[in-house]
Design a protein around this ligand. Structure first.
Ligand code: NAP
Length: 301
């Protein structure tokens, strides 16, 4: 009988392993800079999901020795006021990372906010300079946390990704597009698909690695999956089932499990890695901003 547990990519275990290494980097950074690395998280308005995400980020930062500060604003804050605050944080030398929790209220432009953050402090990796560096194939800048966590797990689980076919479902700027750049850098042959793609399964059925980030609960079933594929399910969908809120991925886990080589569960897969990679980017920023050499541990091990 096949042991399905052996097919699960345990994001909690991977994030713990990475966090242990980040703790060592935090100590090294502290001894070089004579202060701990630090991050400021800005939360605007009341959004229960965002509040939970920010709380988790602050808690994990504190656990690993990164100084963290939350700044909350009501949703009525003007764009100008927010941009002025970011300008001010950009100038403060003892702040390594600035993160503005998305989504933002309608009257504030996400693009203007992202552009206002100093790229060296952009620990989300969404600034065009950081995305541009990634597109050009270098790892010197900040890399968006979710795709960074996905590539870390893929490399740990599969070793070399050289020559594998990778299909990404979803082309967002924060997941799908940076994921493609990272997979290309690992010498995968990549395809990126979206809501207008014709014959989606033609692409997904070729995938040795299938990354799904669309935000539709259990959309991908076994008809989309090649035998022995490795699946990374990025989706987080909240669904009320029997009066209880359940978190579901974009992949129908029970339908595909017998077919796959490996798969990330939801929850417990990509989510914990995203936060670990935010910590990684913060400590990386604390080295690079102060002109210290930083040895990349996600790609070079
Ligand atoms: P997004 O910005 O809404 O983008 C969704 C993408 O999916 C778009 O490119 C869209 O195509 C595509 N799409 C929608 N329906 C499709 C369909 N039927 N077939 C093929 N493609 C389709 O979403 P996102 O921000 O990337 O997030 C995606 C999911 O990942 C969400 O559930 C989100 O909560 C989750 N997420 C999780 C983490 C984590 O840490 N685990 C982090 C980030 C996001 P078009 O471009 O044509 O509209």
């Amino acid at each position: 009988m096949i042991n399905n547990d052996a097919k699960i990519i345990n994001g909690i275990k991977h994030s713990k392993n990475l966090t242990d290494k980040i703790k060592e980097l935090v100590l090294k950074s502290e001894s070089l800079n004579k202060r701990k690395p630090s991050i400021v998280v800005i939360l605007i308005g009341k959004n229960s999901a965002s509040e939970i995400y920010v709380k988790n980020k602050i808690k994990i930062a504190e656990n690993i020795g990164i100084i963290s500060k939350k700044i909350s604003y009501p949703s009525s804050i003007s764009e100008k006021e927010l941009l002025n605050k970011i300008k001010d944080l950009n100038k403060q030398n003892d702040i390594d990372g600035i993160l503005v929790q998305l989504p933002l209220p309608m009257h504030i432009s996400e693009d203007n906010v992202i552009l206002s953050i100093d790229p060296k402090k952009d620990v989300d990796g969404f600034h065009p300079i950081n995305l541009g560096n990634l597109f050009l194939g270098n790892n010197n800048g900040m890399i968006p946390c979710t795709p960074l966590g996905c590539i870390y797990m893929l490399k740990k689980e599969l070793g070399s990704l050289n020559g594998l076919n990778a299909t990404i479902v979803g082309r967002s700027n924060i997941v799908g597009k940076p994921m493609q750049s990272l997979l290309l850098k690992e010498n995968c042959t990549t395809a990126i698909t979206h809501s207008k793609s014709r014959n989606l399964s033609e692409f997904t059925l070729k995938a040795d690695i299938l990354i799904v980030a669309i935000g539709i609960a259990e959309f991908i079933d076994n008809n989309y999956v090649k035998d022995e594929a490795t699946i990374i399910d990025v989706g987080i969908n909240r669904k009320k089932i029997n009066d209880k809120i359940k978190i579901l991925g974009d992949v129908n886990f029970n339908d595909v499990i017998n077919k796959v080589n490996l798969i990330t569960p939801v929850p417990g897969g990509v989510g914990p890695m995203t936060i670990a990679c935010l910590m990684y980017n913060t400590v990386k920023a604390s080295f690079l901003r102060n002109n210290h050499e930083f040895k990349e541990i996600i790609f070079d091990e």
